[in-house]
Design a binder for this molecule. Structure first.
Ligand SMILES: Cc1ncc(C[n+]2csc(CCOP(=O)(O)OP(=O)(O)O)c2C)c(N)n1
Ligand SMILES: [Mg+2]
Length: 574
């Protein structure tokens, strides 16, 4: 059975035409026609999640795993507002969420109707495209609705994807159904085109590369793929470029040109040797970097030329040095440039980076080996224990910072909500991703982030491949590290810090694990953690599992800061 509402039937039909099958439905009545049609036609993969904030993030993870748009559907009012955080994250990570909100007809907005707000352009700062459908009374309105839907869906499936919003005013009755197939609706196809540097641009960029002794490529967060790996590897071999790529860039480069832990290297660069690390030519692509030191370094030691690659032509002047934007997929740029012959013998700049990385990693290894049990040592142990070819989801806050400092993690996919760095959806996102993925999915997450998004566990889709490592340090430990907030003298400052920044608590997750059907393990020392990890990743473990690791916030702070003090002592004499 499907709803009698014809514009909803059109939407369903066009979703199928564009190969969009995954739906997350949030219960409600105003969205009844959507639920009747999408669930009732039997052609979609529908899930139900009650909490819209969690549902949005779950869909985000699902879309990343499927590499295809996912539709989220909710009722009117605050239900729609609760999608906002996931929509914002999707926008800043270019993830194609198709947000469908049910609404009252325009003539009832702000007329004291229940569960009713003005939903027009609700997510205007975070969507690539949005529309409100007309009612479905006349043929013209239906043509108009189909045209709008085609347009919106084509944005979602385009080469430069992102979230889109379809707001649908619906008149009563809402629950009339018929036993009919979906109608055939005229499809407007969007044709993807590939873009190359034209002859003139190629000559200019080639000359930029020829002139540059020190070429630095920075790869921000991205899903990665073998094609970009190959193109970039070749480019780096030809030009002697260094590629800075944190794990979240998901690059698997086969040459000795990649620096995966820039934060450590940058922590060792003194004013005196800044010049040898300063690039002449900087090429960037992808989204956010975790490393703050690299941003600060490049803003202080600007490259002569900065080229940013972004298929949608976005101007990202992160280092206040942008000189050129190439609106094309990075893969095509590197493929085209890798064909050039670079006359100079490349390599010294890359060697400088690799030598320094090698040296600081030795300091790191030695330091971590003797460091007391803490979030840092625990995170490293977990990362070294994850099965190869599995997926790691990094919670925001200190977790992601520890992870990008950990060398040598190989053969993994690494994800995290770095588009907006919110702590409110990491769990739901990981659950959504893992729900349609075969490999082990490990989420490493802090306690405030975990409890914040505990509703991420409140659904029927927890995969047996889901492993959650909860680093419970009793509060927001990150605030001990930044801006020396915890070190400000005086009782009053200390009280403000403990209460309002750290937000200390004594919650433990065992009860939640049991409420939501997860197996529970815990550890509070290196040896107990190692033992727990054996169980956690035992090949025959077939149940979603939570491993809660208890650490001490003061020790965590000392260990984290101690590493950089050690590096500074050696290289900066301070
Ligand atoms: C939605 C949202 N609210 C607030 C913040 C600010 N914030 C950043 S980190 C953090 C504390 C996180 O604590 P926890 O998850 O326990 O990690 P830890 O700092 O202890 O590693 C907060 C509140 C945020 N990033 N996102
Ligand atoms: Mg914490």
């Amino acid at each position: 059975m499907i709803s009698t509402k014809r514009h909803i039937q059109q939407l369903a039909s066009l979703l199928l035409s564009k190969n969009i099958f995954d739906i997350v439905l949030c219960p409600g009545s105003r969205n009844g026609p959507l639920i009747h049609t999408l669930a009732g036609c039997g052609q979609f993969d529908c899930r139900v999640i009650v909490d819209e904030r969690s549902a949005g993030y779950f869909a985000l993870g699902l879309s990343q795993a499927k590499q295809n748009p996912v539709v989220i559907v909710c009722s009117s009012g605050t239900a729609a507002v609760n999608f906002s955080p996931a929509v914002a994250e999707a926008f800043y990570q270019n993830i194609p969420l198709i947000v469908v909100t049910a609404d009252r007809p325009a003539y009832w907005i702000d007329q004291l109707e229940n569960q009713c707000i003005n939903q027009t352009n609700l997510y205007r700062n975070f969507v690539k495209h949005s529309c409100s459908l007309p009612l479905e009374a006349t043929d013209s309105q239906l043509w108009h609705a189909a045209r709008l839907i085609n347009d919106i869906l084509n944005t979602a499936v385009s080469d430069t994807p992102g979230p889109v919003h379809i707001n649908i005013p619906l008149e009563e009755p809402l629950h009339q159904t018929v036993d009919e197939p979906l109608p055939d609706i005229k499809v407007v196809e969007a044709t993807n085109t590939s873009i190359h540097l034209d002859e003139k641009a190629l000559a200019i960029v080639t000359e930029d590369i020829r002139k540059a002794d020190n070429i630095l490529v920075i790869a921000g967060q991205s899903p990665g793929n073998a094609e970009i790996d190959n193109a970039l590897t070749l480019f780096a071999q030809k030009t002697g470029a260094v590629v800075v790529a944190e794990y979240l860039a998901n690059l698997k480069l086969s040459v000795d040109c990649c620096c995966a832990c820039p934060e450590l290297v940058l922590g060792s660069i003194s004013h005196a040797d800044a010049a040898v690390f300063q690039p002449d030519l900087l090429i960037t692509f992808g989204r956010h970097l975790v490393s703050k030191r690299i941003r600060e370094f490049l803003r202080a030691h600007k490259p002569h030329t900065h080229i940013h690659l972004d298929a949608d032509g976005g101007h990202r002047d992160t280092y206040q040095a942008l000189t050129r934007v190439c609106a094309m997929p990075p893969k095509l740029f590197f493929e085209q440039l890798a064909e050039m012959q670079r006359p100079k013998s490349p390599g010294d700049y890359a060697k400088t980076w690799k030598h320094r990385e090698h040296d600081v990693l030795q300091i790191y290894q030695h330091y971590l080996y003797q460091a007391p049990f803490s979030d840092f040592t625990a995170c490293t142990r977990v990362l070294n224990a994850v099965p190869e070819h599995s997926v790691i989801h990094l919670g925001n806050s200190s977790t992601v910072r520890y992870a990008v400092l950990t060398p040598g993690i190989k053969g993994i996919t690494c994800l995290g909500n770095r588009g907006t760095s919110g702590i409110d959806g990491s769990l739901s996102t990981a659950v959504g991703y893992a729900s349609c993925h075969l490999q082990i999915n490990t989420l490493i997450i802090g306690d405030l982030s975990f409890f914040y998004d505990a509703n991420g566990l409140w659904n029927k889709y927890l995969g047996n491949n889901l492993r959650i490592v909860l680093l419970n340090n009793g509060g927001g430990n990150i605030f001990n590290f930044v801006e020396n907030l915890a070190d400000r003298p005086g009782d009053e400052n200390q009280a403000v810090f403990q209460n309002y920044f750290f937000a200390g608590h004594s919650a433990k997750a065992k009860g939640l694990a049991s409420a939501f059907g997860l197996a529970y393990l815990h550890a509070d020392s290196n040896s107990r953690l190692d033992k727990a990890l054996e169980e956690f990743y035992a090949p025959d473990r077939a149940v979603p599992t939570l491993l809660e690791v208890f650490t001490d916030a003061c020790t965590n702070t000392t260990v984290f800061k101690g590493l950089f003090s050690k590096i500074k002592r050696k290289y900066l004499n301070i």
